[in-house]
Design a protein around this ligand. Sequence first.
Ligand code: ATP
Ligand code: BTN
Length: 273
Amino acid sequence: MLTPGFDLGKVSVFMVKDSLSPASIANNLETCFIGQRIIYYPTLASTMEVARQEAQMGAVEGTVILADEQTAGRGRLKRVWLSPKGSIALSVILYPDVAYLPSLIMLASLAVVHSIEAITGLKSQIKWPNDVLVNGKKVCGILVESEVQGNSVDYAIVGIGINVNIRLSHFPDIVSTATSLSDELGRDVSRLDVIRHLLVEMERLYLTLPAGGSVYEEWRDRIVTLGKRVQISSGKTRYDGIAESAARDGSLLLRLSDGGLIKIVAGDVTLRD
Ligand code: ATP
Ligand code: BTN
């Protein structure tokens, strides 16, 4: 959404309107439940914690916790996730059947990839297990957490962080591995447009799961990691091999140098090219 900015002589400069009010996101949003309730915070430690509390209190499915800025954003394995102003940080509360839990990271990754491409035209790839890359650098991280009792899911939370309008040169710790949509394009991007597209895509893909939709196949086909030599660390153990495929349960199939094939579960591993 563009609004007139200021006039520089003959050149009119337009600024991207970037208010993240719940009303601006939910207005005519083409979903039935995801994003129909949005709880917004200008600043929050982590949207994951608030989402957990809301889910424990029985929040309606599709409730979104959204923060303009997180002060203690986190990734897998309790790693720090930087989400300054200009980024997107949100968590979506879902109550899926236990059979669909492995599909959540897949559909969230695809929803991000589709949204980036639709709003910016940038091509993006999925890096197993939980990242989205643009031009080989991380633009998005996804964290799925769930509470399960036996075969029954109490709740699942899908946390998504996207670097939208961030100058990575201000973040030396991650500048070599991370990028943002604005750094790639050389202009700012409407976070509102990205979020609205993302919520619609997430719901569309989520609703295809019971009919056995093609979320898994598209996710697998978009994993940039496949066919590459990688190192996987799990605690003190390290595996080197070729990432051969990714299975329906979300795990990575790694071909070792002795010809053996092992299954790597995302939970506690680190992957390096
Ligand atoms: P793996 O490949 O095993 O997933 P990773 O380094 O990508 O390893 P993650 O747990 O996926 O690890 O992501 C957390 C890491 O991402 C942090 O340790 C930090 O290096 C990096 N990081 C933190 N904030 C951001 C951000 N806003 N954008 C990109 N990268 C970030
Ligand atoms: C990762 O790359 O390890 C996952 C990063 C997930 C970041 C998102 S931002 C919204 C939500 N709140 C958090 O604290 N983390 C997730």
